[in-house]
Design a protein around this ligand. Sequence first.
Ligand SMILES: [Zn+2]
Length: 277
Amino acid sequence: MPRNNQSRLENKPETGADAPPPNTDALLNFVTPTEFVELPTKGKFYSTDHPLHGVDTIEIKYMTAKETDLLTSKTLLKKGVAIDRMLQSILVDKSIKVSDLFIGDKNALLIAARISGFGASYDANITCRNCGATSEQCFNLEEVHRKEASDDINFTPEGTFFVDLPKSEIRAECRLLTGADEDLLLKKSEKKKKLKLVESLLTDQLKLIIVSLEGVTERGPVENFVDVMPAMDSNHLRKEYARLKPDIDLSYSFDCDNCGANNDVAIPFSTNFFWPE
Ligand SMILES: [Zn+2]
C-alpha cells in the first residue's frame, strides 16, 4: 500500500472544533497537469513565420470537465466544430490555431487528448471487408506510432517541397494539408452530393496541395492544369504526398471472427472516440 494512504488511514478523523479549516487553497491552486505531445511533422512543413516552425513538441493540458462540456455541447456538435474547440481549449500556447495544424499533428493531439481524458483503451466496431460482419475491436492507443517525415525533403522557407511530375515533366511545388483544408474538402463533397453532382475529391485535393507549377502561382492556370493533368502525373503526386506526409500510423490488422479473413484497416475516429458510453 502506498505510504500516503497508510498514514491517512492511521489519522483519526477530525471532528468538531479541532477540525482545521477546509483547505480551499488546494482547490484554488490546483493546476491541470500538462504534457508534451511529439509532433509527427517535427515542426517541418510550417513556414518560418509559423509558431510551430522547427518545433517538435506541443504542450497540452489534460482534458477537464470544461472540455467535456465542449464535446457534449449540442450547439457545437451541430456545427461539427466540437472537437476543434476542445483541442483549441487544451493548447497551452494560444498563438497556435488548431485549424492551421497539419492533419498528422492534429491526429497526434487528438490521440493524446483522448488518452488523457478517457484512457488508452478504445473500442470501435469494424466491418469485415470480406463478409460484411461487424465486430468490436479493442485498440490500445498507447501503441499507435508516428510516421515521421523522411529526411530527403528539401524545404522552401514557406515549408513547401517539390515533386517532379514524370509525364508532363512539370515541377510542382506542394504543401501539406491542414485541418481547415480537410474541413473545406468535406464541405465541398457534401455540397456536391446534395446537388447530385459528380464528386471530384481527388482533383479538389490536388488543387489545395499544389502551390505552384513551374513557378506559376496564379490559381486559374494551376487549377486548369490539375483538371487536365495526365493520370500518370496525378498518381505520382498522390503517391509522393502519401510517402512524404508525416502522420500517425493508424493501420491495424485483424482476423475476422466470422470468416477468418485478414483485414487491414485504419483505426477509425468514430463517435465513441470522445464519447465512450
Ligand atoms: Zn469476415
